[in-house]
Design a protein around this ligand. Sequence first.
Ligand SMILES: [Zn+2]
Length: 184
Amino acid sequence: MAPPTADPSDPADEDAFTPSTDELVANNARYMETFSDAGLGLVPRRHLAVVTCMDSRMDIFEMLGLGHGEAHIIRNAGGVVTDDVIRSLVLSQRLLRTKEILLIHHSDCGMQKITEDVFKATLEAEVGIRPSWALESFADPYADVRQSMGRLHNSPFVMYKDHIRGFVYEVANGQLVEVVDPRG
Ligand SMILES: [Zn+2]
């Protein structure tokens, strides 16, 4: 148990960290004992892909009432539509027949707490190299969901665009709030 002063968000506070892998592997051994998903197919049954943030407070299956085998879940920092998310969606749609996309950002996101230029300058000062990639930080998750919907609609690689909807998950009460698509 970490001491009461431990702050898990402070990378310098080593007291707050104990590796979990051994415990997780033991959990998996128990999971196998009652495993019942062997019959699930490769193609998601709902033909649905969800793009969302890696935030640890969001259990996507639980919050949406999804079952195993029903949807692709594509996650990164912020749930931002990057080239790599487009890559996954293209494979999801063309090879695995998904036709609906759900975008979910959330309140209190880590991406709202950093500034692109400041973060990059700090990294550069520390390691000597400025990253070529964009952080894609944002101030307003609602505005960034609209931005993400726009990127999907503008991508020539995304094949199915008729069923794209965007939401912000409120971490304080678990509510999904729909973001109106500016395209109407
Ligand atoms: Zn987040």
